[in-house]
Design a binder for this molecule. Structure first.
Ligand code: CUA
Length: 325
C-alpha cells in the first residue's frame, strides 16, 4: 500500500527526520485544536439549542482570570515551542558543515547543470557520496527556478543574479527524484532529474569514469580529465580574459591582489568594509564599479554579459583556491 500510494517521500538525508518531526508536531497540534473546536461547537449546539417554550438568556459572565491566563499561556507556550524548534532546524539547514563537498548548480530553461570540484559535469543527474555533507551553490541563467529533492527535504530557489546555497547529507544509497518547484515556463514540468547516491568507494570510481558504476558517463569524465578541475578552468579563463595582467600575484598590479581574499574582510574606497564572499566576488566581476577596494582606482571593465554562470563559477572556484602567500 505504502509503495503504490506513498503519503510521504522516503527519508534519505540527515535532515529528513528532523523536518518530518516538526511537521508532524504541527499537524498534531492543528488537528487537536480543530477537533476540540468542532467538538465544542457541536456539543454546545446540541446542549443549548432552542427548545419550544423556553425563554431565558444565560447569566452575564464578566471575567474569569484563570480562563484568561490559560488561553494566553497555553498558545504562547505552543507557539514558542514551534518557533524555537523550527529555528533550530532552519539554522542547521542553512549552515553547511565546513567539510562539505561543494558542487555548482546552474538552473536554466529547462535543465539542471551540475559541476563537481574535479571538473565532472552532469545534466539532470547528480552523483553524490553517501554519508558526506554536500553543499550546492546554485545560480540561474534566466528566470527563478527551485531546486527540490523531496527525499532529502531540501528546496532552494535558483535566483538570477545571485548565489543561493543548500546542503544535505544522504543516508541511503539509491536514486531520488529531483524537481524544479517554481513555475518557470512551458517545460517547467520537464525540469526534473535524479540524484544518485553512491557508496564513497563507488563515488570515487564514478568520478574517475568507471563505467561499471550506475549512470557513469565516460565522456563526461574524459572531458573532465582533459579540461581539469573547476578551479583549473577558472585559472585558464582568468588568463584568457586578461584578468591576470592587472591582478598580479605580487601586489604590484593595478588591481588588488586576489590571494587569500576569499572569505576575508575587504576595506572599500568609501570606508565601508565587506566580506569577500561568493556574492561579492560575483558582483566585482560583473560590475566592478559597485565596490572599489580602498587604494585602487575604478579601472576594471565590467564583465556583465561577457561571462556566463558556469564561467563565473569557474572564476570563483579559482579565486577561492588562491591562498595567501
Ligand atoms: Cu525551472 Cu520550473
Amino acid at each position: 500500500m505504502r509503495s503504490s500510494f506513498p503519503l510521504f517521500p522516503e527519508q534519505a538525508s540527515t535532515l529528513a527526520g528532523r523536518v518530518d518531526a516538526i511537521y508532524f508536531f504541527l499537524v498534531a497540534v492543528s488537528g487537536f485544536f480543530s477537533l476540540l473546536i468542532f467538538g465544542a461547537i457541536i456539543y454546545f449546539a446540541i446542549k443549548y439549542h432552542h427548545r419550544a417554550g423556553e425563554e431565558h438568556a444565560p447569566g452575564l459572565v464578566n471575567d474569569n482570570l484563570a480562563l484568561e491566563i490559560a488561553w494566553t499561556v497555553v498558545p504562547l507556550a505552543l507557539t514558542m515551542i514551534m518557533f524555537v524548534w523550527g529555528a533550530k532546524v532552519y539554522f542547521s539547514m542553512s549552515r553547511p558543515p565546513n567539510d562539505s563537498l561543494e558542487i555548482f548548480v546552474v538552473g536554466r530553461q529547462w535543465m539542471w547543470k551540475f559541476q563537481h570540484p574535479d571538473g565532472q559535469r552532469e545534466i539532470n543527474e547528480l552523483h553524490v557520496p553517501l554519508g558526506q555533507p554536500v553543499k550546492l551553490v546554485i545560480a540561474s541563467e534566466d528566470v527563478i527556478h527551485s531546486f527540490y529533492v523531496p527525499a532529502f527535504r531540501v528546496k532552494q530557489d535558483a535566483v538570477p543574479g545571485r548565489y543561493t546555497t543548500v546542503w544535505f547529507e544522504a543516508t541511503k544509497t539509491g536514486r531520488f527524484h529531483m524537481f524544479c518547484a517554481e513555475y518557470c515556463g512551458t517545460q517547467h514540468s520537464g525540469m526534473i532529474g535524479r540524484i544518485v547516491v553512491l557508496e564513497p568507494v563507488q563515488y570515487a570510481a564514478w568520478l574517475s569514469g568507471d563505467t561499471a558504476v550506475p549512470g557513469a558517463a565516460m565522456a563526461a569524465s574524459t572531458l573532465a580529465r582533459a579540461e581539469g578541475s573547476v578551479a583549473d578552468r577558472g585559472h585558464r579563463l582568468f588568463q584568457q580574459l586578461g584578468c591576470a595582467s592587472c591582478h598580479l600575484p605580487d601586489r604590484q598590479g593595478i588591481g588588488p591582489l586576489l590571494n587569500g581574499v576569499f572569505g576575508n574582510p575587504v576595506r572599500l574606497q568609501d570606508g565601508r568594509t565587506t566580506v569577500a564572499d561568493e556574492s561579492y566576488i560575483r558582483e566585482s566581476i560583473l560590475q566592478p564599479q559597485a565596490k572599489i577596494t580602498a587604494g585602487f582606482q575604478a579601472l576594471m571593465p565590467a564583465f556583465q554579459g561577457r561571462v556566463n554562470e558556469e564561467e563565473l563559477m569557474q572564476l570563483l572556484a579559482y579565486i577561492k583556491s588562491l591562498k595567501k602567500g
